[in-house]
Ligand binder design. Sequence first.
Ligand code: PEP
Length: 252
Amino acid sequence: MRKPFVAGNWKMNKTVEQARVLVSEMLPGLQAVKAVERVLCPPFTSLMAIAAMLSGTDIGLGAQNMHWETAGAFTGEIAPAMVKEFCQYVILGHSERRTYFGETDETVNRKVRAALAHGLTPIVCIGETLAENEAGRTAEVVSRQIEQGLKDLTPEQASGLVIAYEPVWAIGTGRAASGEDANRVVGDVIRPTLAKMFGNTVAEGVRVLYGGSVTAANAAEFFTQPQIDGALVGGASLKAAEFVKIVEAAAQ
Ligand code: PEP
């Protein structure tokens, strides 16, 4: 049994004070849904404040990125141990990082290995662009991202990962994939690739989320798919009532 998982990626939104307000609005609703693993991923600057608000709850905290080196002359970067001071999770390889900040499968792999070495659970994002989708290259791109991004992991390490399948054309566009199409990519490409690398037990045990324009209105379409275990939610995670509804839908 894979426990449903919903994470909110706040991206570059909210000052510390605004973050506190948003969390106080959603906290009671989120705390009521024990059947779902719930994770909030605010910007780095709010992690300390939100960690304090979540302490004593069973709601997890995640960063949105991280460097792979442990310390040193990497101006503007955040090390794994710094993330670990506040977080249990870290989003890695988000398509916005790949597109705007030059992240590659190789740097994602370094970050995944560093996160695991520091006891963090990586939420590893993969997904094809619109051009790749239209060229019929989804399977090739997604399997390559897994093979290279998760290279050199042990089956035990892989079993603790969360993977977010996020078609790039669906992120922030209001144009979600269909539940059926997303389910097919997870069932026909993502789990078989994991099985080839780490064996069937790992492939069947890893949580795979869908991400891309998930809302309270369409969440159930994804959560009722057998291969999809939850969602990575961007825009809709900035609205307290809407995000709580998405989490509630994951518990159904
Ligand atoms: C995301 O940021 O990972 C995401 C899926 O964004 P949105 O829900 O806004 O499409």
